[in-house]
Design a protein around this ligand. Sequence first.
Ligand code: IMP
Ligand code: MG
Length: 183
Amino acid sequence: MKRTNDSIRILFTEEQIKERVRELGEEISRFYKGRSPHLVCILRGAVIFLSDLVRNIDLPITIDFMAVSSYGGSDRSSGIVKITKDLDETIENKDVLIVEDIIDTGLTLKHLHQIFLARNPRDLKTCVLLDKKERRLTDVDLDFIGFEVPNEFIVGYGLDYGGFYRNLPFLGILNISELSGGE
Ligand code: IMP
Ligand code: MG
């Protein structure tokens, strides 16, 4: 599973993630009590997080998926987001909760917010597993946050490097000599 020469240092264990995701599910259930939030998972990084999160939410929820790619192709986000797979359902008049894997510069989320707001949801909130706060280049409102993480390249539990490592059950810091990709 590990690519040759890459080393990964565990940041959060499977147990720690499980516990935190359970707490987030409870927070979300309390916050949206009496409502039916529409969760939008941003593919592909957030898919593992979403699948665990929804099983900890005690409300009648619906889910949809959007895939985006950020122009630029490096580990730096350009903030220009291209929708590569759009939502299947309208978000008009819905209580939308965007579910993201990690917020780094914040540029991707900022752009996504603009796209979503133009479609007239009743309400728009964001739930993110990891917040790499130190790298923020723009203001973004994060409503539910799993963990704050250091300025390192994180893989596992859905997060990839060059498409690999999404299936690691834990979150780890990737140490390689040529860091250049990921999405
Ligand atoms: P932002 O626009 O800089 O906030 O970029 C956010 C996107 O970059 C995330 O949705 C991830 O796809 C990717 N990304 C940023 N940091 C990492 C990381 O440490 N590991 C894996 N992907 C990352
Ligand atoms: Mg992503």
